[in-house]
Structures are given as structure tokens and as C-alpha cells.
Design a protein around this ligand. Structure first.
Ligand code: APR
Ligand code: ZN
Length: 235
């Protein structure tokens, strides 16, 4: 067989346990001392002899079948995230459609950041056809409200957030395709789990300034996606 199978990927981050404890697998809710409760396709070939193990970094225990099924239900990018503690194995990527991310400094201050200028981010994603990693492959998706403008203070922490957002963009984690919770529209481009400030001088939506906790919050959201540091990048 060519390339890495889903089972190969899971086994990179997983270690067999011979005598599992009397606990339930939190993916299928069946006991770890018995077989996986997962009945779907794609896991039949996994041998029973190596059915339970731990994720190597966090130590959480699962049926191998259950992890392979979970991986198959995701976007299959070679990474795995522990469903219990969210530890990321490998490099997590998303399904953000093709588009453009730009930024520049504007000579105005944001509410709450009177002593510095402002970084404006501009995201532009055109509508298109959904790829295999999207909810309805082959079906069109819409893209509303683009270009979307976002703002960061041009200070040390704001520039750090910018660097990490550029990395998040490269990993396709800023947007996704799905149902908008604001408009209810399905098959459309939506923000993913990294919050942006889309208002400059006002705060009508709650996505504006001042917000003294914003930079720390977004750093946490980036961390939850596996984005903490980037190597050299020239800004
Ligand atoms: N600005 C920034 N973030 C927003 C906004 C907004 N105006 N509205 C919602 N979000 C955040 C939500 O808090 C949530 O965490 O985006 C996440 C996904 O919400 P959805 O409503 O599903 O996202 P989406 O449809 O992409 O955005 C709604 O945001 O930027 C605007 O033009 C966009 O009007 C649209 C609105
Ligand atoms: Zn299980």
C-alpha cells in the first residue's frame, strides 16, 4: 500500500497497552477491556490483539479502532488531537478555502491602545466549490462580508499575534466552511476558533475595542490550535 494509512498515522502517536484498566473509552463509551464499540467502515482490518493503547504524550487511553475512526472523520492531515485534553500530535491544519491575507500599519490608535498605531488585517476569500475536506464536497460555498478587515494594536504583543495569525493562515485555520451562527446560512465561509476584532473605532458587535483581555485570549486560542511560536519571519 502506498503512503500512510489512517492506522499508520494513529500508531505514530499511540502505544499499545497490554492490560488496560476497567475504564471506558471516551470515544465509544465501551469498556477498554472489551472491543471497540465503533461499528462503521474502515477499521475492520485492525487486529484485535493490539486494540487498546495510550496517546504517547498525554497518556489518555483509547481503542485503536476508535482513534482510527475519529481520524477518518476529520480532515486527515496527518495530525491527531486527543479528544479528552486537546493535546495535538503533529501539525494541526484546517480546511480554510483558498484566498488572500494582507496587513499594513495605519496611523491611528485603537480605543484602549492610545500609545501605538494599528495593524489592519485584510482577509479575502472568494466563493467556490467545496473540496473533499469540506462538509459537502462538490457543492458550492458562499463567502459573505469579504474583504473582512480586522485590527490589532501595533505594539509588541499585537505584532506577536500577527506573526502567529500568519502561521494560522498558512495552516488553514482562520476560516472554515460550514453554517454561520450569525446568519444561519449553511455552506458558507465562517470564522474558525480564533477570534478577530472586526471593528475599529466602535464596539457594537462585541468584536471591537477596547478589550483589555483580547490579545491574551487570542494567544490562548492560537495555542489551542497548536500555534505558539514561529521561526524567522520578516515583518
Ligand atoms: N466579527 C468578528 N468575529 C465574529 C463576528 C464579527 N462581526 N461575528 C461573529 N464572530 C465570531 C463569533 O463569535 C464566533 O466565534 O466568529 C465565530 C463564528 O461565528 P459565525 O457567525 O459562524 O461566523 P461568520 O458567519 O463568519 O461571521 C459573522 O462576522 O466578520 C463578520 O462579515 C462577517 O457578518 C459576518 C459575521
Ligand atoms: Zn472506544
Amino acid at each position: 500500500r502506498k503512503g500512510k494509512t489512517p492506522e499508520d498515522v494513529v500508531k505514530r502517536y499511540w502505544q499499545k497497552v497490554r492490560n488496560p484498566p476497567e475504564e471506558d473509552c471516551t470515544i465509544c463509551m465501551e469498556t477498554l477491556t472489551g472491543p471497540s464499540g465503533y461499528k462503521g467502515p474502515g477499521v475492520a482490518s485492525i487486529s484485535r490483539g493490539e486494540s487498546v493503547g495510550r496517546l504517547v504524550q498525554c497518556g489518555h487511553l483509547y481503542h485503536l479502532q476508535c482513534l482510527v475512526a475519529m481520524y477518518n472523520n476529520g480532515i486527515k492531515d496527518g495530525s491527531l488531537q486527543c479528544p479528552t485534553c486537546k493535546t495535538i500530535y503533529g501539525v494541526k491544519t484546517g480546511n480554510q478555502p483558498a484566498g488572500k491575507m494582507e496587513y499594513h500599519v495605519i496611523p491611528h490608535s485603537l480605543p484602549g491602545h492610545p500609545d501605538c498605531k494599528t495593524i489592519r488585517l485584510i482577509y479575502n476569500i472568494p466563493p467556490g466549490i467545496q473540496a473533499p475536506e469540506h462538509p459537502n464536497p462538490g457543492k458550492p460555498f458562499t463567502a459573505r462580508g469579504f474583504p473582512r478587515h480586522c485590527y490589532l494594536p501595533d505594539n509588541e504583543k499585537g505584532r506577536k499575534v500577527l506573526r502567529l495569525l500568519l502561521e494560522a493562515w498558512d495552516r488553514r485555520l482562520i476560516f472554515s466552511v460550514g453554517t454561520s451562527s450569525t446568519t444561519g446560512e449553511s455552506d458558507t465561509v465562517i470564522w474558525n476558533e480564533i477570534h478577530h476584532k472586526t471593528e475599529f473605532g466602535s464596539n457594537l458587535t462585541g468584536h471591537g475595542y477596547p478589550d483589555s483581555g483580547y490579545l491574551d485570549n487570542v494567544l490562548e486560542e492560537l495555542k489551542a490550535q497548536g500555534i505558539t511560536e514561529v521561526e524567522e519571519r520578516h515583518l
